[in-house]
Structures are given as structure tokens and as C-alpha cells.
Design a protein around this ligand. Structure first.
Ligand SMILES: C=C(O[C@@H]1C=C(C(=O)O)C=C[C@H]1O)C(=O)O
Length: 100
């Protein structure tokens, strides 16, 4: 089976003559979704930075471990075991670890 055709995992017919077009169309959707995800992550990082600044200015710690644990639990409950890793990367980004 050519590697660029859909298979049983998607339910799209494997022999579709317009497989390339079907894939390109869906890749455009993925690009659009990824753009929204990136924008949402950027918004989250900005809001998190505001909270951290407020807490530091009030004399508190930058981070709140109990709250981070709740967030990790939520991602894991929705996305499964790998959700934990997603949450930890989101939290790292939100602590200012852009890796840029
Ligand atoms: C944003 C906060 O500050 C920090 C950042 C968090 C986050 O990005 O979700 C969570 C807990 C804190 O370590 C918060 O306390 O809500």
C-alpha cells in the first residue's frame, strides 16, 4: 500500500483516486488546528505569567505545586498517560521556559 493513502485506521477507502487531494485537504485542517493550538498556548503563557507576577509582587512564590498537580491530573484524565507529558511541557512553557 502506498504510504500516502488512507487505510483501515481512518475508514477512508484505500484506493481513492483522489487520495492526494484528500490528504492535502485534511493537512490544511491540521495546519489550521495547529495554528489555533499555538495561539492558545501563547495566550495561556501570557496569563500564567501575569499570575506569577502578581503572586511574586505580593511576596509569594512564583510557582504553586498543588495547582500544577491539578492541571497535570486534568490533562491525564482527558488525554491519557501522555497527557501528563503534554501538561508538563505546557507548564514548562508557562514558567518561562520557551526553549527559544
Ligand atoms: C499560573 C499560576 O502560577 C504557576 C503557573 C501555573 C500554570 O501555568 O498553570 C500553575 C501554577 C503555578 O506554578 C497559578 O498559580 O495559577
Amino acid at each position: 500500500m502506498p504510504s500516502n493513502t488512507a487505510g483501515p485506521r481512518t475508514g477512508v477507502p484505500v484506493d481513492a483516486p483522489d487520495a492526494d487531494a484528500a490528504i492535502l485537504q485534511r493537512r490544511a485542517r491540521i495546519d489550521e488546528i495547529d495554528g489555533r493550538l499555538i495561539a492558545l498556548i501563547e495566550q495561556r503563557v501570557a496569563v500564567s505569567a501575569e499570575i506569577q507576577e502578581i503572586r511574586k509582587a505580593a511576596g509569594g512564590p512564583q510557582l504553586a505545586v498543588a495547582r500544577e498537580a491539578q492541571i497535570i491530573d486534568r490533562y491525564r484524565a482527558s488525554l491519557g498517560r501522555l497527557g501528563t507529558e503534554v501538561a508538563m511541557l505546557v507548564l514548562r512553557l508557562s514558567r518561562g521556559g520557551t526553549g527559544k
